[in-house]
Write a protein that binds this ligand. Sequence first.
Ligand code: SAH
Ligand code: SF4
Length: 357
Amino acid sequence: MEFIKNLTYLDIERFVLDLGYEKFRAKQIWFAIYRNRVNSFEEIQTLPKSLRKELSNNFYINSIVSNRLEKASDGTIKFLFKFKNGSAAESVFIPWDKGLKERKTLCVSSQIGCALACSFCATGKLGLKRNLTPSEIIDQIFECEKIIGTRLTNIVFMGMGEPLQNFRTLVQVLNVLTDEDCKLFSRKNITVSTSGIVPKIYDLAKIERPVKLAISLHSTDEELRKKLMPIAKKWNLKEIREAAINYYRTTKLPITYEYILFDGLNDSEIDAKRLAKFARAVPSKVNIIPFHRIDFVELDDFQKQLKPSSFEKIIQFKNVLKSEGVRAFIRSSSGYEINGACGQLAFANYKQFVQCE
Ligand code: SAH
Ligand code: SF4
């Protein structure tokens, strides 16, 4: 048995044609899954009974078997989704309501764990357990919508894992989310965050309906960046800058730079000015992220030195960026109290629930 959401539209077309049905049956199946969100193939009354049976014999619809959730007082909800294929991943729902502007964002995971071992990130501590499948990523979104009882408006690939290291799956998922017939999400409301996998940034720029890109920078000092993010030994800042310029030129979408502020390490005025110079290369904004402590995992000596900058320092840093002509925002630490903020996803509270190996 396979999961139907692991199939592309062309795969479904091939499936129905091989069985001797007309091509348009593929569209009916596609709409039933992605628009109408059927829970069983029997519900697709427009299909011949024999085809419904073939589908039921070959495919599952949902790859998630159960969930747990934790709510924070700010409305953030952390989900732990357990998959039929074993193991689990976390997603975080972040509501944002400013009068007329309302956003319902889900931060999805693309992998279980992550191979890149950034020193400040709890997910990195897990190592890479496995890539998630298209179905497992899409189902995080569909299950969340079912639970909260409404449609999401924004998707950010900022949960567990490095999305560009699960590239084929990512592209397949983006094709579904931005599908012009189903209209699940506007491509401008989807953001893929990467630690800087340079060749894949070039590849992502070339997909049919590109989405927004966020690059985790965290330092404009090459040596510090290498300490914070081992992947920086492979691709340096100059290469990242060129990839960002190319991404903007190809897609016409502004770049977001993510920058965690660590006390005394990367939060000086000089740091802010260097970051501004870096960011000005193309239309962009900087998201300043307060460092979220990850004391619940075992830390080495360098990690023990990492401390969040003070609130005053964060404001100062932002003001320097602004005075240098760069749009800068302080990312709210939604879900901090439930270890659901950026970088904290590592099943901290679910040891018994999750069998990850
Ligand atoms: N692997 C991708 C996406 C997942 S991490 C990436 O690294 O960009 C999403 C964001 O959370 C990244 O910007 C990452 O740097 C940030 N992050 C990781 N650990 C964090 C922590 N402890 N505190 C604050 N932000 C963190
Ligand atoms: Fe992986 Fe991103 Fe965490 Fe680094 S910050 S370990 S790339 S998930």
